[in-house]
Ligand binder design. Structure first.
Ligand code: ATP
Length: 376
């Protein structure tokens, strides 16, 4: 646990970058500092590894005042990842990743073996190990930066806008990778970003800062979306709070009907019970795919995300599915909105038909999730 107790940072020119910050960063979870430019995010982060020292207040790492730990010792237990990766340009990738193990005096073979293991762990082809940073894409460099920070297995990881310099698609995959890694590693991570969507996606806890270095609100993402503390936080969260909140409500428990159809529409399944699409009742069906349990489909292309392209010519309409045990209510709503029947198709972990969610069932689930009209 990292604790900020009334921490203030005043720079030499009088700028108050952080003002009386008090908060807790729980062990083994991701805490995100988010806020507009100049609100003191980076200053707050760098005070944790003493790249910057606080003017007032205390920061405790597992109940020990960090001012009592000399900076090199402190930093040995704290990985640090920055924007643009900060790799050494004249060192090969493997040696960049092995930087800290080398500093700690590991023998070269062991340090390199650790580096290779980490490259694989962050999703990089080990063949890249012999290259120099300029021979890698921006996204690959960021992965190397993460691998380097993890090399000595520090319990704490500080990440300062690590994914800001890459395009949105790469950024999303880096975020997913971080979450995957974290579900394994359970590090104490402090992550700085100015992007509220990134904060909400990654944070177990999100601290919203405002200019002047004030803490505006600290909460888990669903609470933040449901109950922003003030107009500033509400404005910073942006639009569609209600819909975004549904991402945190599990679809599990929603009422499903086991018949593969609703009035006027049938779900067409392949022989393994995987949905192929919706067909309007009475529209025939010329493609050989049967409805509900009739089997005998020749197997139609269905995209990896479960959203079929549909085939109106063959009588099949586009559809969306959601995974009953894993997806959110937002995914269920999305599946319903994509379907011509207005109903969502639920599938199990193997993509097999698990039921149909009618609009009424969806409505009930939404009422339960939001509390509106639930009668208390
Ligand atoms: N060395 C310094 N001397 C004086 N003022 C500084 C110094 N470093 C930062 N500041 C000021 O402190 C405030 C907070 O800066 P900081 O970099 O912590 O903000 P930030 O939220 O990380 O911003 P950004 O998102 O733009 O990186 C800003 O007003 C900044 O100009």
């Amino acid at each position: 646990m990292i604790t900020f107790e009334g921490v203030t940072k005043r720079y030499g020119d009088g700028t108050v970058a952080v003002d009386n910050l008090t908060l807790e960063v729980p062990t083994g979870a991701i805490t995100v500092f988010v806020g507009p430019s100049g609100c003191g995010k980076t200053t707050s982060l760098r005070m944790i590894n003493r790249m910057i020292d606080a003017t007032e207040g205390r920061i405790l790492l597992d109940e020990q005042d960090i001012r009592k730990i000399d900076p090199p010792t402190l930093r040995r237990g704290i990985g640090y990842v920055i924007q643009q990766s900060g790799l050494f340009p004249h060192r090969k990738i493997v040696d960049n990743v092995a930087t800290v193990p080398y500093l700690l005096g590991w023998d070269k073979k062991k340090a390199r073996a650790r580096a290779m293991e980490l490259l694989e762990r962050v999703g990089l082809d080990p063949k890249l190990a012999g290259r120099y940073p300029f021979q890698l894409s921006g996204g690959q460099q960021q992965r190397v930066g993460v691998a380097r920070a993890l090399a000595a297995d520090p319990p704490v990881l500080l990440m300062d806008e690590p994914f800001s310099a890459v395009d949105p698609v790469v950024r999303m995959s880096l975020q997913d990778e971080l979450l995957r890694l974290q579900s394994d590693l359970r590090k104490t991570i402090v992550f700085v970003t100015h992007d509220i969507d990134e904060a909400i996606k990654l944070g177990d806890t999100v601290a919203v800062l405002r200019v002047g270095g004030h803490l505006a609100q600290i909460a888990d993402p669903p609470t933040l979306l449901a109950e922003p503390a003030d107009d500033f936080v509400e404005g910073f969260l942006g639009k569609d709070r209600g819909i975004r909140r549904l991402s945190f409500v599990p679809a599990r428990g929603i009422k499903v009907r086991s018949e593969p159809g609703v009035e006027g529409w049938s779900v067409v399944l392949d022989e393994d019970d995987r949905p192929l699409g919706w067909r309007a009742d009475g529209s025939g069906g010329t493609d050989g795919a049967g409805t509900a349990g009739a089997g005998a489909a020749e197997g139609r292309a269905v995209s990896a995300d479960g959203a079929g392209r549909g085939d109106r010519a063959g009588g099949l309409h586009p559809f969306g599915t959601f995974e009953l045990e894993k997806d959110s209510l937002r995914a269920a709503l999305d599946a319903a909105l994509l379907a011509p029947s207005g109903c969502a198709i639920a599938v199990d972990g193997d993509g097999r038909f698990a039921g149909v969610v009618t609009r009424d069932a969806l409505d009930d689930a939404l009422v339960r999730a939001t509390g509106v009209g639930s009668g208390g």
